[in-house]
Design a protein around this ligand. Structure first.
Ligand code: NDP
Ligand code: MG
Length: 388
């Protein structure tokens, strides 16, 4: 029996996680959802409480929290509010694994809390590792927490590395679909619309990561994520465009052999692997039909067209707290784009300005990371307001 907390249970990864829980319970691997959390979608949280009967649900938004408390629920469940609510449940000893499916910087403190409390983590929230990889890994060294990636590329690499020695890895090859603008001419990017950017060819995901996939910032974040998860220098992590999203990533070994992990583009598979690791459990999730696959193609990423990918490589080289600025500025710029306040190409431009303005020096401890994140967002919102 595995007892879990699902943070961000109403999001794309959160809902897929609950679908995985249903599958595991059908297939002889019992999982109990003890805790759930969301920002404001109290209607869905109410439904999830009735189905999964958790001990407590945490709602971040105060008015949504109050509305949920007013609901008469058949299942008696504690309703808690905000970060204090998450901190309150983090220390309880009736669960072993946290699925962190929060989006953006909001996922960081829960990751840290889980490590402090010795809980295992199935991590979808890559932003935690982008902004605080060094802090998280120094904490992990002294804790009993196992951190397992949900991101499909990193799950693929984890699967390719089973039974291998780290010294025989030559390089990791992270595949990327290329997003909706893979074939768009660089001169046309200026005027792409929000609707076009949200129309991802292969994956159905939350809005923020969908925009990150259109700018390729998502792949930039994944390089940083891979660097921490697999303890490799970034010059041994390559990005390869693979539009069909069937090969989820590959590892090339010192003898020239390459291992790849394949599957349909469906997050339920990596989510389930992170929960059941190192076991595999049966599922009825969709399978690849190789006979209907016409071709698997590969191309180099265009760094000039997708400046966010270049920015990610640059901040990795700069190190220190530059990745915090990259993430904070990106989150603010994506928010502005989602609210139709800026154009698509303003996203990399605003991030570049925020990075140019930053001078490093602060130690990447939690307090500094929170401070620099706030400052970077504020800078981007102010810059955008001036430009309007
Ligand atoms: P969604 O936007 O779909 O879901 C986000 C979840 O977090 C929701 O439950 C939302 O609640 C909650 N939430 C949002 N903001 C806050 C906040 N400020 N405080 C507390 N809770 C909050 O995101 P995704 O599921 O797409 O992505 C989640 C993470 O997984 C991201 O880090 C993403 O990069 C990563 N990921 C996602 C993939 C995917 O296929 N979607 C693939 C690989 C990685 P509410 O519903 O109430 O707003
Ligand atoms: Mg991914």
């Amino acid at each position: 029996m595995k007892n879990i907390a699902v943070l961000g249970s109403t999001g794309s990864i959160g809902k897929n996680t609950l679908e995985v829980v249903r599958n595991l319970n059908r297939n002889g691997y019992p999982v109990t959802v003890k805790y759930i959390s969301a920002n404001s979608n109290f209607e869905l949280v109410a439904q999830q409480i009735e189905e999964f009967k958790p001990k407590a649900a945490v709602i971040f938004d105060k008015s949504a929290y109050l509305k949920l408390r007013e609901r008469s629920l058949k299942h008696k469940c504690e309703i808690l509010c905000g970060q204090e609510g998450v901190n309150e449940i983090a220390g309880r000893d009736d669960f072993e694994l946290v699925v962190n499916a929060l989006v953006g910087f909001s996922g960081l403190v829960p990751t840290i809390e889980a490590i402090k409390n010795g809980k295992d983590i199935a991590l979808a929230n890559k932003e935690s590792l982008v902004v605080a990889g060094s802090l998280i890994y120094s904490m992990l060294e002294m804790s009993k927490t196992n951190l397992l990636p949900i991101d499909s590329e990193h799950s693929a690499i984890l699967q390719c590395l089973r039974g291998e020695e780290s010294k025989s890895i030559d390089k990791l090859i992270l595949t990327a679909s290329g997003g909706p603008f893979r074939d768009t001419d660089i001169t046309e990017l200026e005027n792409v619309t929000l609707e076009q950017a949200l129309n991802h060819p292969n994956w159905k995901m939350g809005n923020k990561i969908t925009i990150d996939s259109a700018t390729l910032m998502n792949k930039g974040f994944e390089i940083i994520e891979a660097k921490w998860l697999f303890n490799l220098e970034v010059n041994r992590i390559e990005v390869l465009i693979h539009p069909q999203s069937i090969i989820h990533s590959m590892v090339e070994f010192s003898d020239g052999s390459v291992k790849a992990q394949l599957g349909v583009p469906d997050m339920k598979i990596p989510i389930q692997y992170a929960i059941t690791y190192p076991k595999r459990v049966e599922s009825d999730f969709p399978r690849i039909d190789f006979k209907s696959l016409k071709n698997l193609t590969f191309e180099e990423p265009d760094f000039r067209k997708f400046e966010c990918l270049s920015l990610a490589y640059e901040v990795i080289k700069s190190g220190g707290t530059y990745p915090v600025v990259l993430n904070g500025a990106n989150e603010a710029a994506v928010d502005l784009f989602l609210n139709r306040k800026i154009k698509f190409l303003d996203i990399p431009a605003l991030i570049r300005s925020a990075l140019d303005k930053h001078t490093d020096g602060a130690k990447p401890d939690l307090e500094n990371i929170i401070e620099i994140d706030g400052r970077s967002r504020k800078f981007v919102y102010e810059q955008a307001a001036v430009a309007v």
